[in-house]
Design a protein around this ligand. Structure first.
Ligand code: TYD
Length: 139
């Protein structure tokens, strides 16, 4: 299993001109996996967050298309906080890390690019189970 240092802020292409800015993501070029799914999170009350979880297989890139959020990643030993507030940047989170999205700004609109289709069986929702699995993994 990868540790928190495997999380990376990706810089997407930016085309800036007086008509406004444009960024894009293309399969394989800008995210380190094949894109299978996209979902988005919006209308989160300001200052609120979402419950944490980990995925056994799914990898993700999170982009704050507007507003800002904090993402706390945790490998069972170490935690790292990323603040996302630029629509031309995305946070890559490999599988196997606990992630918590918190501190949404009132206008936050977060796009998530995922490497797998939705599978409820891929979730680890209990932090104690996650801790157990990561400690086995280190043995
Ligand atoms: P979930 O991932 O459980 O969000 P959170 O852990 O932050 O509450 O998703 C909430 C609901 O949305 C859940 O019932 C499953 C559904 N869902 C899908 O059907 N497809 C998806 O791609 C996602 C992300 C969620």
């Amino acid at each position: 299993m990868l540790g928190v240092d495997a999380c990376k802020v990706l810089e997407f292409p930016r085309f800036l001109d007086n008509r406004g800015n444009l960024s894009f993501v293309q399969n394989f070029n800008h995210v380190p996996f094949e894109i299978k799914r996209i979902y988005w999170i919006y209308d989160v009350p300001g200052g609120e967050g979402r419950d944490g979880h980990a995925y056994k297989n799914n990898q993700e890139v999170m982009i704050a298309l507007s507003g800002s959020i904090d993402v706390i990643v945790d490998d069972g030993q170490e935690k790292k906080k990323f603040t996302l507030s630029r629509s031309s940047q995305g946070l890559f989170i490999p599988s196997g890390l606990w992630r918590t999205m918190c501190n949404f700004s009132t206008n936050a609109f977060v796009l998530v690019i995922a490497s797998t289709k939705y599978d409820s069986g891929d979730y680890i929702r209990d932090y104690n189970v996650f801790k157990c699995l990561t400690s086995y993994d280190r043995e």
